[in-house]
Design a binder for this molecule. Structure first.
Ligand SMILES: C[S@@+](CC[C@H](N)C(=O)[O-])C[C@H]1O[C@@H](n2cnc3c(N)ncnc32)[C@H](O)[C@@H]1O
Length: 261
C-alpha cells in the first residue's frame, strides 16, 4: 500500500516518471531562470551554488557564465537524475537540511522549487546566507498555489488537483512559499530586495503542463490508498488532464532575490 512519504524521496518504481518530470520542469522554467540570473548579473570567476539542482541544467548554464576561473557546486540529496557536467562543476550529494556549507564562500546561490520541500527551510536559508560573501546574491524561485488550486476545473480532476496543490500528500511541503520569500529575506537583513513573478497556460504534452500532470500521476496511488479518490476517479482525472483540449492556469512562480550586506 502506497504511503505518504515523510520527506522528499523518489521510490524506485517512480524513478522514470520523476526523471521525465524533472526534465519538463527544467525546460519549462529554464528560460525564465536564465533571464533572471542575467538581470542579477553573473560574472566570470564567480563561485555559485545550485541547491537541489535536480537534472543540473541551471548548473550547466552557470558553468558557462563563470568560466574556467569560476566554479559551480551542483548539490542535491539525490543525484540519480543529474546530467553530466563540465569540469568547473562540482556535483555533490548533499542534504541541505543536514550538511554544512563553507562560510563566506559563494558569490551566488540559486534554489528553484527546493525549499518548499525541506521542512527545515528557515535553518537552510540561514545556512545559505552564512555561506555567501558580503555583496553576494541569493535567488529563490518558489510557487504560490492558491489561484492554481481554486480555478474552475472539471471533476474528478478538480478534487485530485486540489489535494495535491494543498501539499496534503506531502505534509512537510509548503506549496505557497513563493509569497513568503521577500519577508524571509528582509527578516534576515538581505538588501537590494527584488522579485518577479509569472503565470502561463498549461497543456498536456507540453513541458509547461507535464511537470504538474506527472506529479499528479505520481501522487495517484497514495490518494487511492488514503481513500481520497477511487482507482476509477484517478483514471478519469488523468484522462481529463491528458485531453488535447485541456488548458489551465499555472501556479504563480515567484523569483525573489537579495544581496548580503
Ligand atoms: C522539484 S525538484 C527541483 C529541481 C531543480 N531545482 C529544478 O528546478 O529543475 C526538487 C529537488 O530538490 C531536491 N531536494 C529535496 N530535498 C533536498 C534536500 N534536503 N537537500 C538537497 N536537495 C533536496 C530533490 O532531490 C529534487 O531534485
Amino acid at each position: 500500500m502506497a504511503e505518504f512519504p515523510e520527506r522528499y524521496e523518489v521510490p524506485d518504481d517512480e524513478a522514470t516518471l520523476e526523471h521525465v518530470r524533472l526534465k519538463h520542469l527544467a525546460s519549462a522554467r529554464d528560460p525564465k531562470t536564465f533571464s533572471i540570473l542575467k538581470e542579477v548579473g553573473v560574472e566570470s570567476g564567480w563561485r555559485c551554488l545550485v541547491a537541489g539542482a535536480g537534472a543540473g541544467t541551471v548548473s550547466a548554464w552557470l558553468a558557462e557564465q563563470v568560466g574556467e576561473e569560476g566554479e559551480v557546486w551542483s548539490c542535491d540529496i539525490d543525484l540519480q537524475f543529474h546530467d553530466q557536467m563540465p569540469a568547473n562543476v562540482k556535483v555533490m550529494q548533499h542534504d541541505h537540511a543536514q550538511d554544512d556549507l563553507p562560510e563566506n564562500y559563494f558569490s551566488l546561490i540559486h534554489a528553484r522549487a527546493v525549499l518548499q520541500h525541506i521542512p527545515e527551510r528557515d535553518e537552510v536559508l540561514d545556512k545559505f546566507i552564512a555561506s555567501l560573501v558580503p555583496g553576494a546574491v541569493l535567488v529563490v524561485e518558489e510557487g504560490h498555489f492558491e489561484a492554481f488550486a481554486s480555478q474552475p476545473l472539471p471533476e474528478p480532476y478538480a478534487t485530485m488537483h486540489k489535494v495535491v496543490c494543498s501539499g496534503a500528500t506531502t505534509p512537510w511541503r509548503d506549496p505557497d512559499l513563493g509569497n513568503k520569500m521577500l519577508a524571509k529575506m528582509a527578516e534576515r537583513g538581505l538588501i537590494d530586495l527584488d522579485l518577479t513573478g509569472d503565470v502561463w497556460a498549461m497543456r498536456p504534452g507540453e513541458s509547461a503542463g507535464e511537470w504538474w500532470f506527472l506529479a499528479l500521476e505520481r501522487a495517484g496511488p497514495m490518494l487511492i490508498s488514503a481513500g481520497i479518490i477511487t482507482e476509477e476517479q484517478f483514471k478519469e482525472a488523468m484522462e481529463q488532464a491528458r485531453n488535447p483540449n485541456m488548458v489551465m492556469l499555472s501556479t504563480l512562480s515567484v523569483a525573489t532575490w537579495g544581496r548580503k550586506p
